[in-house]
Design a protein around this ligand. Structure first.
Ligand code: SF4
Length: 347
């Protein structure tokens, strides 16, 4: 949860998660649908799926362990790296913090501290091998747990991104960036790149029974497996109403009347910026078919909170509930939670 996400933001999600899935067995046995619901709003949903895959893998290994004496947790780097979504730094962090084993770490905070310590002239991402060697050479093999914890704490509380407290830093005498007089010039950054921008037309389609149409995305990409309101990219020169009608035809094989605007939602992901133009629509004809999704469903608007949606869609649900005069739901509450990846304001 803490990958790409600040502790204060992740904490309420973690507490909810641990209350629902307090042990490896519970996570391994949970329905993926429920796991995604617990993750709803944190972004990068593949992390939740991989956590569950990892739990199932560990449990299967433990069940095949004939001795049945060992606990299911690996004690080697390879053992952790074999699990989906676990990289070298996460593996090193688990091995040192859980078992006090001498494995180095290299998360964002540590990269910043090390880049300053040696005044590295290149961005850390271009010098990973050297940074790993540095982290390993500094590690105290007698006290790896305390050392790595101290290194992370130094980055989080002293050697902070904007105003490092060099006067309180135990490494000040050895720090090349401090000696150079400008610690915040490090780590050297990559040249910024312009994020692509797209407008997405979204249809909230209602039928005569007052039900709303949702579809489940294919199991791939950042938001794979989540539910959403149908829609797609606006073509150059196309009116947004025409985009929505076309997408509904192409993706669900239905005809719908595109009505008034419900809400506009701006979203900035790490790799692109999106504007969702959401309109209320009336279903006219055609049985909805999942031509570009796993499945489609008509549901009552008050049931929408039972499905895991990306953050942008949670805000659409809140707007729909408000328009229909429905009470605030769990999805509305999710829309109000901070969404680290999904609701960064578009720059
Ligand atoms: S002296 Fe300053 S820049 Fe250098 S490691 Fe310490 S806090 Fe960071």
């Amino acid at each position: 949860m803490l990958q790409q996400t600040r502790l204060q933001v992740a904490l309420p999600y973690w507490q909810r998660w641990m209350a629902a899935l307090p042990a490896l067995e519970a996570l391994a046995a949970a329905r993926e649908h429920d796991v995604l619901l617990l993750w709803q709003g944190l972004g990068y949903y593949s992390r939740a799926r991989r956590l569950q895959q990892g739990a199932r893998q560990l449990q299967a290994l433990a069940e095949h362990n004939e001795a049945r004496t060992a606990d299911p947790w690996p004690r080697t780097l390879e053992g952790w790296l074999a699990l989906p979504g676990i990289g070298r730094s996460t593996a090193g962090s688990i091995l040192s913090s859980a078992f006090d084993l001498p494995f180095a770490i290299l998360d964002g905070n540590v990269k910043r501290v090390l880049a300053r310590l040696v005044a590295s002239p290149r961005p850390p991402a271009r010098e990973l091998k050297g940074f790993w060697q540095l982290s390993e050479s500094l590690l105290d093999p007698r006290r790896p747990r305390e050392f790595n914890q101290a290194l992370m704490d130094l980055g989080a509380t002293v050697c902070t991104p904007r105003n490092p407290s060099c006067g309180a830093c135990p490494w000040q005498r050895h720090c090349a960036a401090y000696a150079a007089g400008d610690p915040t010039a490090f780590p050297v950054k990559e040249a910024p790149r312009e994020l692509p921008y797209q407008v997405i037309g979204v249809g909230v389609v209602l039928n005569g029974a007052g039900e709303v149409l949702i579809d489940q995305r294919l199991n791939e990409g950042l938001l794979g497996g989540l539910w959403e309101f149908p829609g797609g990219k606006q073509e150059p020169g196309e009116a947004i109403e025409a985009t929505i009608a076309r997408e509904l035809r192409e993706e669900l094989a239905i005809e719908a009347g595109v009505g008034e605007q419900l809400i506009v939602v701006d979203h900035a992901y790490s790799h692109k910026r999106l504007r969702f133009m959401v309109h209320l629509c009336t279903w006219l004809s055609g049985e909805p078919r999942p031509l570009a999704a796993q499945q489609v469903r008509w549901v009552r608007p008050e049931q929408l909170g039972d499905f895991p949606f990306p953050a942008a869609n949670a805000r659409i649900i809140a707007a729909l509930h408000e328009r229909l005069g429905l009470e605030a739901s769990a999805a509305d509450a999710a829309a109000a939670l901070p969404h680290p990846e999904e609701s960064r304001p578009a720059a």
